[in-house]
Design a protein around this ligand. Sequence first.
Ligand code: TA6
Length: 301
Amino acid sequence: MALLRGDIERLLGTDMRLVGDEASGPIVEVDRLGHRGRISLFGGQMLEWQPAGHDPVLWLSDRAMFDQCAPIRGGIPVCWPWFGGHQTQDDWPSHGFARTNTWRFEHVDEGVPLARFALELPGLIDQSQYWPHASRPRIVYGIGETLSIAFEVTNIDPHPIEFTEALHTYFCVGDIENISIFGLEASPYIDKLTGDECPATRAPIAINAEADRIYQGLTGPIELHDKVLRRTITIEHSQASNLIVWNPWVEKSARLDDMGSAVAYRDMVCIETGNVSPAKVRLQPGETHRLVTDISVHKEA
Ligand code: TA6
């Protein structure tokens, strides 16, 4: 049973408060030592993160829907138990159902240097049509000068389970044509726009058109260099087979009602950590998989 607002408020520590309204559902806001963050219980989704002294790091559309029905466009949507379209059921929701259901607050830890928020996705009857398995999805956010996300799934079913997943992180950029993404130079990728399997580029990634790429063979941290905001965002990951890079560009943005202005695509890039087809996660009964992303930001001289 979902916690009532009062129950959630009793879990919160200093520098934390419950915001949100009837339409959006509960949103937890934290502002500790100048490091700000917001988490929506709908979707179990990080919405905003802005470490002290920096510009916002996560992008959130100013037309994002907060109706506890549509997925929220921005922050870090949790894509699970499948990524993208379902492999066999065309009419099932894109990116699974974790981002379109309400998570439950488990506990809050006012730790230093990171405040930690643990949420779990309760087993819901209407999910069983999509996912007739007993599993325990849980996410732990560490919010402070850095941002850590650990998405854990435990198989509590008597049979093995398989899924794909991604932390679909939207990053703020000063201008999409003035960024470079380092760390994927040696990674081949699948171009989802053409279906082609492409060789490693052996060069940093620049974006000047729609991009939708699933990189494989990850070799280490990723760096997003932003010439306009004069900063580098570093993305470290573990237990991830893939990095997805996405920008909808002009035409696709125009087809997305919740992207915001016609040029909103210029202010964002998605760099997503996951295990997506042909990779997948297979858990035997009792096993747990833990997908981790750690994000930090540094000003450039
Ligand atoms: O991660 C890239 C992607 O799979 C794109 O193909 C695009 O569909 C994007 O996710 C956004 O998906 P959404 O369902 O949130 O509109």
